[in-house]
Design a protein around this ligand. Structure first.
Ligand code: TTP
Length: 206
């Protein structure tokens, strides 16, 4: 019975695939959803992470409509937002945006919110937002310049990846580390288990 359970990861983020694999879970299908991720006016970062993760999950649900093989599958989506106070930092596309983000993060604490959204086989929507507080050391101009040259800022919320060089910028972290990388593993696995997805069977399969 459990072997027939299928999980769709509505994501194009290699980090999310790796994090799930770390928890012994391999999605049956990857379904990246390309959405407009622009925050609404005065939208709180927590609300943004919650809204976008739900939009990704619902878009994936709509995308599999008409594919009976995927009826009754689980769909998981996530969205990670980095902010300083209520100021939401973009996922930079240009080096200048990444530079501004790093200048802002330098010598300060910021928060990372990841919204996770699970669509269950009976199409109930379950959501959670997890937050982590991260403090960066004061970054020198040379730190920032060299980090930008590494290219590790690309495609990452707030213009940094804690799993790479930027891990050495972190003075203090309070909360979930995997949440910062893009998928809070404790909460995700709990949510899956709570909704009947047999995570342990995946571990037993080896
Ligand atoms: C802060 C931080 C973010 N990130 C990444 C995780 C996410 O891939 C990305 C945040 O952007 P998201 O919009 O959450 O995700 P995505 O567009 O990359 O992927 P998808 O919507 O298809 O699931 O930033 C890191 O890898 N390390 C970090 O330290």
């Amino acid at each position: 019975m459990t072997v027939t359970q299928k999980l769709i990861l509505a994501s194009g983020s290699p980090r999310r695939v790796e994090l799930l694999a770390q928890a012994g879970i391999e999605p049956a299908r990857l379904l990246p959803m390309d959405l407009d991720e622009t925050p609404k006016r005065a939208e709180h970062p927590r609300s943004l992470a919650r809204r976008l993760s739900a939009e990704k999950a619902k878009a994936a649900l709509a995308a599999i409509k008409g594919e009976p093989a995927w009826d009754g599958s689980y769909i998981l989506a996530a969205d990670t937002v980095v902010c300083v106070g209520r100021r939401i930092l973009p996922k930079p596309e240009l080096i200048g945006e990444a530079s501004s983000a790093l200048h802002l993060l330098s010598g300060r604490s910021h928060r990372v919110y990841t919204g996770i959204c699970l669509v269950t086989p009976d199409r109930t929507i379950r959501q959670k937002v997890v937050d982590t507080k991260v403090r960066f050391k004061r970054l020198s101009g040379y730190d920032i310049e060299s980090y930008l040259a590494s290219g590790q800022w690309r495609g990452k919320a707030g213009g940094y990846g804690i799993q790479g060089i930027a891990g050495s910028f972190v003075v203090k972290l309070v909360g979930s580390y995997t949440n910062v990388v893009g998928l809070p593993l404790y909460e995700t696995v709990n949510l899956l288990i709570g909704e009947g997805y047999d995570v342990h069977a995946r571990w037993l399969e080896g």
